[in-house]
Design a protein around this ligand. Structure first.
Ligand SMILES: Cc1ncc(COP(=O)(O)O)c(C=O)c1O
Length: 573
């Protein structure tokens, strides 16, 4: 009752005192963009009753969808709108909602009606409160649009992290509210809005790193001839990449996945054939096996390199031979840049005469006994996706010692066009060739590959040194003869660790630091549930306990320190 009286009096006085200010804002809204001064929207109020909230219009009229979250820099927001949103001036007309009893000065923000469905059990208690113009949750997330700006999927982040956290905060307010708390929140809101809050910049897992050196190269030479499917950069890029791959022949293609697909086709893998494949990998290693209609048999990892276990590989081959059908290929992945046990794997491949396709998508620049990965098997594949050690914005390459096979790959990748003046096709082809523009970027990026490897390795060493005090954390290490590009620094939490990997991931995510669990093994993926597998529990265990730390080569020392301090904060709490 006292709160209602306080709300009524404050809203009444507020509207009278602020009236001249409202007139100025209205005038500026009208003169800076077409449309009405006010914006109204249905919101869920007390006891889930719908009411119409009134705000100053901050978006262009008829911008379309008004039910999706807004992020800083949202194109739907007008210039003046951005200003009034920053200082929450757009919310002031809701004083009218307070005056007529639909809202309160302090309380949970009224959400869109759809959000009601997300409230579970005890959370629904917050619906007993009048929604507020400000409140503890609104205060904590005063910079919500800025936080969302850094997310890949703002909508999901809003629901998964912010909304859930807000509900928790509002429930806490529900139990502890009184007039003094409200007064403190009102003053805190006024104080908070009088300065801008700095949001920690997003630290991504492995963003593209294209420096001015490469951009200069591209700019210097860029002309309209570049923008074509074919051109000189493709050839130059292939030549340069060949120098990193034992002078093997190279076909620059549109993606790593396309390169794996063509490798299987070139090996003659067909419908119903068996292909042995690392289980601990990204789905892109296994999907091409399905593209050709073959059946993957997933092989678990060994603990030293986390890659394909030679013991299980041989067991699987022996079983297949006993069943009367030898597998057609081994899809071997070098995960996170770490070389697999090449001596053992190649011995098995030679002994049973089953060709290896090396998925070195993540491992460009890594070596085993000084030999580049990708050059041990029949085919090697690299990826130049945006998150890889070097990028062409999207692309891949197939490498092979046999020139005729690489020529065939290029032929298939360009729609299998026969050598005729007209368009003649005797085989099914694909549109898998890398474009000239991408190859130009790749050429520049190859110039800095060595630097990038050094930086990735420095990042891993930094984490290892700085986190050495946390006994529950261990790192993936090179074994003798292995040299990893450490594309991503990965850590494992001890089995007995009080903190699990999800706790750690969310703790970092709340500070705008992106981390990912290690790859979920293919034999546990719903899409491959009917496939055969040979497991020893290692990849599943790695998935449960492992996490990839931000490893972008453009990270500064400060960024790295931020990640380390945040991890320490959790363990030292
Ligand atoms: C292990 C692995 N294989 C294959 C691929 C596919 O490469 P792309 O994205 O270039 O198709 C990736 C990465 O994306 C990968 O990490």
């Amino acid at each position: 009752m006292i709160k209602r009286l306080f709300d009524f009096m404050s809203a009444f006085l507020g509207i009278i005192i602020l009236f001249p200010f409202f007139l100025i804002v209205s005038f500026l809204i009208k003169t800076t963009s077409k449309g009405p001064v006010f914006y109204t929207q249905k919101r869920a109020g007390r006891h889930a009753k719908l009411f119409t909230i009134i705000k100053f219009r901050s978006m262009f009229a008829n911008h379309g969808d008004s039910n999706t979250v807004t992020v800083k820099g949202d194109i739907r927001i007008t210039k003046f709108g951005a200003f009034i949103r920053k200082y929450k001036i757009d919310e002031l007309p809701a004083l009218w909602n307070v005056l007529i009893g639909e809202m309160s000065l302090v309380g949970p923000r009224p959400d869109l009606p759809d959000y009601l469905l997300l409230l579970q059990g005890e959370d629904k208690k917050i619906l007993n409160l009048r929604p507020g113009i400000t409140g503890p949750a609104s205060l904590k997330y005063a910079n919500e649009e800025q936080i969302l700006m850094h997310q890949d999927d703002p909508e999901t982040y809003h629901y998964e992290v912010i909304f859930k956290d807000k509900v928790k905060i509002n429930l806490d307010y529900y139990y502890n509210r009184n007039l003094l708390v409200d007064l403190k929140l009102i003053f805190a809101t006024i104080f908070r809005l009088s300065y801008t809050v700095k949001v920690n910049k997003k630290i991504r897992l492995s963003p593209p790193d294209v420096s001015s050196k490469e951009l200069d190269f591209i700019k210097k030479d860029f002309n309209i001839d570049w923008v074509a499917s074919f051109g000189p950069h493709i050839y130059n890029f292939e030549q340069k990449l060949s120098a990193f791959s034992n002078s093997f022949q190279v076909a620059a293609l549109s993606s790593g996945t396309a390169s794996l697909h063509l490798s299987l086709i070139l090996l003659g893998v067909k419908k119903g054939d068996k292909v042995l494949c690392s289980s601990f990998t990204f789905s892109a290693s296994a999907n091409p096996i399905a593209y050709v209609g073959a059946n993957p048999i997933f092989i678990d990892s060994e603990m030293e390199s986390w890659n394909m276990c030679p013991v299980l590989l041989e067991k699987a081959i022996k079983d297949c031979v006993l069943e009367g059908e030898k597998p057609k290929a081994i899809m071997l992945v070098h995960l996170y840049g770490m070389p697999a046990k090449m001596d053992e794997i190649m011995k098995i491949s030679n002994q049973y005469d089953i060709p290896v396709i090396e998925d070195a998508a993540e491992a460009l620049g890594s070596t085993y006994k000084n030999q580049p990965l990708g050059t041990f098997g029949k085919f090697g594949v690299y990826s130049f996706n945006g998150n890889k050690i070097i990028t062409t914005s999207g692309g891949g390459a197939l490498v092979c010692e046999d020139k005729s096979l690489v020529e065939k790959a290029k032929f298939l990748a360009t729609q299998a066009r026969d050598d005729k003046p007209h368009y003649e096709h005797s085989e099914i082809g694909y549109n898998y060739r890398m474009s000239n523009v991408c190859a130009g970027i790749g050429f520049g990026q190859l110039e800095v590959l060595e630097d990038r490897i050094l930086k990735k390795r420095t990042i891993k060493s930094f984490y290892k040194k700085e986190l050495s005090t946390i006994k529950e954390i261990s790192f993936l290490e090179e074994s003798e003869g292995s040299f990893s590009n450490y594309w991503l620094t990965t850590i494992l939490l001890d089995k007995g660790s009080a903190i699990d990997r999800e706790q750690l991931r969310l703790h970092l995510e709340k500070d705008n630091i992106e981390c990912r669990p290690l790859w979920k093994p293919m034999h546990l993926q719903p899409v491959f549930k009917d496939c055969k597998y040979y497991v020893n529990g290692i990849s599943e265990d790695l998935f449960n306990r492992g996490i990839c730390l931000p490893s972008g080569t453009n990270m500064t020392k400060k960024d790295l320190e931020r990640v380390v301090n945040k991890i320490k904060e959790l363990y030292e709490a």
